[in-house]
Design a protein around this ligand. Structure first.
Ligand SMILES: [Zn+2]
Length: 199
């Protein structure tokens, strides 16, 4: 990021606690304490790029989101694409993102229509982590997971802290959390709210 110009950043806040979560085990608490990042910030250009990709892709891919850590906040301003072992409309198997440089692992869910077996009625419902997603979030040591629902009229993005996947590891799928998703008005612009100016 260029410090010489003010950059509007998309602030992705994690709530203080989620609903209906299992109690933390001592091992969970140790992991939580070792991963103090609470907030995820996507630069507008990253939001636009991942949304454009998701809008056009009919198979899942993975990106390793990179940037800087400021206090309890991960600020994403770049990404790289890992090698992909297998990719389908509803699954993806990448090589791992480098844990030393990756703040969040992004992947897309192409919208193909309602799926009653998973309670998916709208594109927003597809902003969730499947059981394989949860397993890979836990297996990696990356602090955040981000999902874009693609092939939709408007970009939809949602995110989870890794510890939230850990706490909910026994669920069939992990839906988006109320304060951890956004629907942008169009592909051309990032969402108007919540936007902040960061020097
Ligand atoms: Zn997924």
């Amino acid at each position: 990021m260029n410090g010489a110009r003010a950059v509007a950043l998309l602030l992705l806040f994690a709530p203080r606690s989620g609903a209906a979560q299992a109690a933390l085990t001592p091992a969970d608490s140790a992991i939580l304490n070792s991963q103090p990042l609470r907030r995820l910030v996507l630069a507008p250009s990253v939001m636009r790029r991942v949304s454009l990709l998701a809008a056009g892709l009919d198979r899942e891919v993975v990106l390793c989101l990179r940037g800087a850590i400021r206090g309890d906040t991960a600020v994403v301003d770049d990404f790289v694409m890992p090698d992909i072992v297998a990719s389908a409309a509803d699954a993806v198997q990448p090589l791992p993102c480098a844990p030393a440089t990756t703040l969040a692992v992004w992947h897309n869910h192409p919208w193909t229509g309602p799926d009653s077996s998973f309670g998916v009625r709208t594109p927003e419902d597809l902003c969730s982590l499947s059981q394989p997603d949860i397993r890979s979030v836990i297996a990696d040591s990356i602090p955040f997971a981000v999902v874009s629902v693609g092939r939709t009229p408007r970009p939809i993005v949602c995110w989870w802290r890794r510890v939230q996947a850990l706490i909910n590891r026994h669920v069939k799928f992990l839906p988006r959390f109320p304060r951890q998703w956004l629907e942008a008005p169009s592909l051309a612009a990032p969402p108007p709210e919540p936007l902040r100016s960061v020097p």
